[in-house]
Design a binder for this molecule. Structure first.
Ligand code: NAG
Ligand code: NAG
Length: 695
């Protein structure tokens, strides 16, 4: 049979304990016999349950509540029979049997009901008051020491106890009431009569680990029961155990001292199509390790905010592990009038190729395939499909075309012509074929060509345009001659559309002067032959005898092909007309007194010629000899003398007078009778008919 027992008064707190534990304490009890124990008391009057409880609490500790076999035996022997038996400290509260001292429910194991109880008074058919309080039978022939439920209003003897335990009876333990005594049941970790000794642990078993430290707190004494040593590690290290190291009640440590272990992060893996490079200063995939990720060409990191991961002290990487994903090129739009073909997986990612083709009647302009490059761009510009047409190439100069269809679709034809001055080279018509090609090449227009112009001797030809087109239609050539030469012909010509030069091409001729034309009687003598009178040539002139030069004697050929001076002429030499001498006459061979004219003087019958009978006109225009005179046969010298005196001249010498007269006579003479060709310097005649003019 097993009992629970009620309440143990200790240092301020109450605990429940099993019957087994109680037996364990009892075995320790013998040593404490001197302590005054638990004592029982009962009232000498009857009272209700409430009155009984109040009375017990006023005079003792409380109503009896402890139940064990020994206690029951003690009460059975010690108490006398009393009518109505004894109230004990159990009561029904809210339909539950409760120990009033602790307000705890009565457990089934601890019950000690008499047979058939509790019955709430049904056996006796009582009504009204329910039976909520408990009495214990004492000195009854049946069921002695057992319990019975009774109406709380019934008056019975109060059964009280007083406890032996005081507040300071046990320091770290429970004070256990025993019959008439108490004992200390020490809390774990304590020992001694009053439980004031504490168990200690081995201090040497507390050691700071490598890369860590330890801090202890002591509740009851250094390294004694319940001392707690908290270990910690440097950053990046982890304790091998979670909790603190405690000194247990048995004097041993709860744990061995822990160690500090390097923090490990989960092992990372190299991404496919990429690389991973780790740096492990402390250990592989450990605290402070860093791993850098990179991707192969055409792939980029994905799934992580950074390409370098670091193992943190928490044991996790500071970012999630990246992977390598292919770069994506922009999606390719549909091809108008054509088809885009993709690779099997239909993606536009790195390395993928798309190919293009056009519908019939259209041709592809651009590449027939593109590939996604590592820079997420297509390898080439997208193509497009264009309707097939033929093209007239631009820049065909001077070519005009006329086509049957403006769009130049297949089967349209075009004819060609050239601008004026240009000649078509090639086919005159062509047709657009199905593949957009012309049936004939597009012709060209070539300028018509004039005959080549040869170099000018002694001159320069300069023509417009390049060597191959200088003699083409519309081009102009100009000409110039070397110094000393003159251009004969136009100074420029242009090529006409008739493939002819606009004018006959010129030549350069040496500049010459004309043969001097001097008229009759002129003799010309030049430095060069007359056909080659170049610049600086000279010509000099003379006249036939009897003629004299009129103008310059010499001329020079100047730069402009003209003579420096007018060409001179020759004029016949002419003497003065001779007068008849007085009483005489003159008869000349020629009516005009020209060169070589001979004049003969004759005198009358009564006179004789004195002086030159014949005078000739010389090539200077002077007559030879002197003018003769005709003198009468009788002397007449006095007449001459008086005539001179009458002239008033103061002539002192007869010779001087004769000279003066001679001079006058030479000028005035017209007709003389000449005796001979006498010397003109000899004043042999006397001028007689010119008195008036002497004055
Ligand atoms: C993780 O650590 C590395 C190395 O220190 C650093 O470069 C990176 O930015 C960190 N990433 C994040 C998301 O903090
Ligand atoms: C002049 O002389 C010529 C010939 O000498 C002669 O024939 C002529 O009669 C003369 N005239 C006169 C007028 O004397």
């Amino acid at each position: 049979m097993e009992f629970s027992f009620g309440f143990i008064q200790t240092s301020g707190h109450k605990c429940s304990a099993s019957w087994i534990r109680l037996l364990f304490f009892c075995s320790m009890l013998s040593t404490w016999t001197s302590v005054q124990g638990w004592s029982y008391f009962h009232s000498s009057t009857f009272m209700t349950w409430e009155e009984a409880r109040t009375w017990c609490r006023d005079h003792y500790t409380d109503m009896v509540a402890i139940q064990n076999q020994e206690e029951i035996e003690h009460l059975k022997s010690w108490l006398n029979f009393t009518t109505g038996y004894y109230w004990i400290g159990i009561r029904k509260l809210n339909d539950t049997w409760t120990w009033v001292g602790t307000n705890k429910a009565l457990t089934p194991e601890a019950t000690n009901w008499a047979k058939g109880e509790p019955n709430n008074g049904k056996a006796r058919g009582s009504s009204g008051n329910s039976e909520d309080c408990v009495e214990m039978y004492i000195k009854r022939d049946k069921e002695e020491g057992k319990w019975n439920d009774e109406s709380c209003l019934k008056k019975k003897t109060a059964l009280c106890y007083s406890a032996a335990c005081k507040s300071d009876s046990c320091q770290y333990g429970e004070c256990v009431e025993t019959i008439n005594s108490h004992e200390c049941a020490c809390n774990p970790g304590f020992y001694g009569d009053k439980c004031d000794q504490v168990v200690t642990c081995n201090k040497d078993e507390v050691r700071a680990p490598d890369n860590g430290k330890v801090t202890c707190t002591h509740k009851y004494g250094d390294f004694a029961f319940d001392s707690s040593c908290q270990y910690s590690c440097k950053e990046g290290f982890q304790l091998s155990m979670a909790g603190p190291q405690r000194c247990t009640a048995t004097g041993s440590w709860s744990e061995q001292p822990p160690t500090c272990q390097l923090v490990q992060c989960p092992t990372l893996t190299r991404p496919s199509r990429g690389s991973m490079k780790c740096n492990d200063p402390l250990g592989s995939s450990s605290y402070r390790s860093t791993c850098a990720f990179a991707c192969n060409e055409g792939y980029v990191l994905d799934g992580s905010p950074s390409n370098t991961l670091q193992c943190e002290s928490s044991g996790s990487w500071n970012a999630s592990q990246p992977s390598c994903v292919a770069v994506q090129c922009p999606a390719i739009q549909a091809l108008e009038n054509g088809i885009v073909r993709r690779e099997a997986d239909e993606s536009f990612s790195y390395g993928k190729t798309c190919t293009f083709s056009c519908a019939p009647g259209y041709k592809l302009v651009g590449p027939n395939g593109v590939t996604c490059t590592s820079t997420a761009e297509w390898s080439e510009q997208m193509p497009h499909c264009e309707a097939v047409t033929c093209q007239i190439p631009k820049g065909k100069a001077h070519l005009t075309h006329q086509c049957s269809n403006s769009e130049l679709r297949p089967n349209s034809s075009c004819s060609f012509s050239c601008d004026h001055g240009f000649k078509l080279q090639g086919a005159h018509t062509t047709r657009c074929s199905e593949d957009g090609q012309w049936s004939e090449d597009i012709p060209a227009c070539k300028a018509v060509q004039c005959p080549a112009i040869q170099d000018l001797g002694n001159g320069i030809v300069s023509c417009e345009g390049d060597a191959d087109e200088r003699f083409s239609y519309g081009k102009t050539c100009s000409f110039s001659c070397a110094p000393g030469y003159k251009l004969v012909g136009p100074n420029r010509v242009s090529c006409t559309s008739a493939a002819e030069w606009s004018e006959k091409t010129p030549h350069c001729e040496a500049i010459t002067c004309k043969t001097p034309e001097g008229g009759a009687h002129l003799f010309t003598d030049c430095s060069e032959p007359l056909s080659k009178l170049l610049i600086n040539s000279t010509c000099s002139f003379t006249c036939e005898p009897g003629f004299e030069l009129q103008g310059v004697q010499t001329v020079k050929c100047s730069d402009d092909g003209r003579w420096s001076e007018d060409i001179p002429s020759c004029k016949a030499v002419r003497c003065l007309v001779l007068e008849d001498p007085e009483s005489g006459s003159v008869n000349c061979s020629n009516a005009e007194p020209l060169f070589n004219t001979q004049c003969t003087f004759t005198c009358g019958e009564d006179s004789i010629l004195k002086g030159d009978k014949i005078r000739t006109c010389d090539h200077h225009g002077n007559w030879t000899g002197d003018q003769p005179t005709c003198e009468a046969v009788s002397p007449s010298a006095t007449v001459v003398a008086s005539s001179v005196a009458a002239g008033g001249a103061a002539v002192t010498s007869g010779l001087a007078l004769a000279l003066w007269l001679l001079k006058r006579l030479r000028k005035k003479a017209s007709k003389f009778e000449l005796d001979s060709n006498s010397n003109i310097d000899t004043p042999t005649a006397v001028y007689k008919s010119s008195i008036d003019s002497l004055i």
